[in-house]
Design a protein around this ligand. Structure first.
Ligand SMILES: Cc1ncc(COP(=O)(O)O)c(C=O)c1O
Length: 417
């Protein structure tokens, strides 16, 4: 691999997604933003889309716009289903937060497996996933089995197989590990769980918009995910949930709100869940925030998941090659799977001074993030990150290490990274 900056520029010149960069705000400000897997950039169309909802639908339409708003969770969900998740119409809903949606689907799945008293999750999964599992287990007197995962290479499938038996109701897993980027095969794990009679709730947060989910083809039953990462829906954007069509009528979620009710405005005395995916709704959707999600979802669908995956692989391959070539002598090691088909669209680098390196990079115009215990995480979102951005960021990191500039930063970690 040619590791010169000119070679990176040549990759940009040949990039079929290069035109999408101009559809994001701030890309020419000189900041090397490699944290699109935490919070995606602002699409240029979003301010007008949000303003339209504020000024026209709210400002002029007032309650007359309501009819359109109640449909919107499903309309945007259908767009995500077709353009991003490989699901069918009527299987995806935009609602609530990822944590709340996870709770809803986990309880619904648990209730659908009566007599089973074990929930399975991954010991290294994102905290909210583990906490929600622990909370549901505590409330119901169930046992949690935490399956070991390697911090760099991800879930151990043999350990997962061992954890699955006739006591397991639901398994909660992330498709892409939040720290290392290690990718789990949704189809393979769904088969394993189904053989044991269990359901899986997938957390697609770190994959949606950068990794193929192919939920229908994989036979997935349940999934949730963030829209503010690779889908660029903005801070606090509502999450999505997915329930396989054939399962919907069998499941009841635990928050019996009026948006999940059949014939909502009949204001019936008793809760009677709506047909289809609507029964997984709870209350009034965040209409203003959903306008931003719709723009982000459409942009992603327009770019095409295949092209995004291909570019994400190429960008992360460049990170790995540059780290091996330029940073290994400084004690930096690659803390993510090296095989492209076992990796999402971000890469972690391990270094004992990763916290200080993160701060030094931020002061030099590069935005990565830090993950415990000693990981520098780089998420070059394929929609708007150039190969030269990756090259320049890695060059600044090399210079920090060459000069020892990170030693000037406090070793104590502050709260927000
Ligand atoms: C894998 C994963 N799941 C869930 C969440 C939390 O989502 P929310 O805060 O929207 O509930 C995050 C947030 O970063 C995440 O990375």
């Amino acid at each position: 691999m040619d590791l010169s900056r000119a070679a990176a520029a040549a990759l940009d010149a040949a990039d079929p997604l290069a035109g999408f960069r101009a559809r994001f705000v701030g890309v020419d400000d000189g900041l090397l933003y490699l944290d699109g897997n935490s919070l995606g950039r602002l699409p240029t169309d979003t301010p007008a889309a949000v303003a339209r909802v504020v000024e026209q639908e709210w400002g002029r339409g007032l309650i007359g716009s309501w009819g359109d708003w109640v449909e919107r969770s499903r309309r945007i969900g259908d767009g995500l289903a077709a353009g991003v998740l490989g699901a069918r119409p009527g299987e995806v809903l935009v609602s609530d937060t990822t944590s709340v949606d996870l709770y809803k689907l986990l309880v619904a799945g648990t209730d659908a497996r009566p007599g089973r008293d074990v929930l399975v999750c991954c010991a290294d999964d994102f905290p909210t996933d583990r906490y929600v599992v622990a909370g549901v287990a505590a409330a119901r007197g169930m046992t949690v089995r935490e399956v070991d995962a390697h911090i760099d290479t991800g879930l151990d499938l043999a350990a997962l197989t061992e954890a699955l038996d006739e006591r397991v109701a639901v398994v909660v897993l992330s498709q892409v590990a939040y720290r290392s980027g290690a990718l789990v095969d949704i189809a393979a794990v769904t088969r394993l769980a189904r053989d044991a009679g269990a359901l899986v709730v997938w957390d697609l947060s770190h994959g949606a918009g950068a990794v193929r989910a192919d939920l229908t083809a994989a036979g997935a039953d349940l999934a949730v995910g963030c829209t503010y990462k690779y889908l660029n829906g903005g801070p606090g954007a509502p999450a999505f949930l997915y329930v396989r069509r054939e399962l919907q009528e069998q499941l009841r979620q635990p928050i019996w709100g009026w948006f999940g009710q059949r014939d909502q405005f009949a204001m019936g005395t008793a809760y009677d869940p709506a047909d289809g995916v609507d029964r997984f709704a709870v209350g009034t959707p965040p209409v203003l925030a959903m306008a931003a999600v719709e723009v982000g979802a459409r942009l992603t669908a327009e770019a095409g998941i295949d092209r995004l995956v291909a570019k994400g692989r190429a960008l992360t391959e460049l990170v790995i090659a540059l780290a091996d070539d330029r940073l290994a002598a400084h004690g930096v090691t690659v803390a993510s799977p090296r095989e492209a088909d076992r990796r999402g669209s971000h890469v972690s680098l391990a270094h004992p001074r990763a916290w200080q390196l993160t701060q030094a990079l931020i002061d030099r115009g590069v935005v990565p993030d830090f993950r415990t215990p000693d990981r520098l995480r780089l998420g070059p979102a394929p929609l708007y990150t150039r190969f030269v951005d990756v090259w320049d960021a890695m060059d600044r990191l090399r210079r920090v290490l060459d000069e020892g500039a990170h030693a000037e930063y406090p070793t104590e970690r502050s709260r927000i990274t």
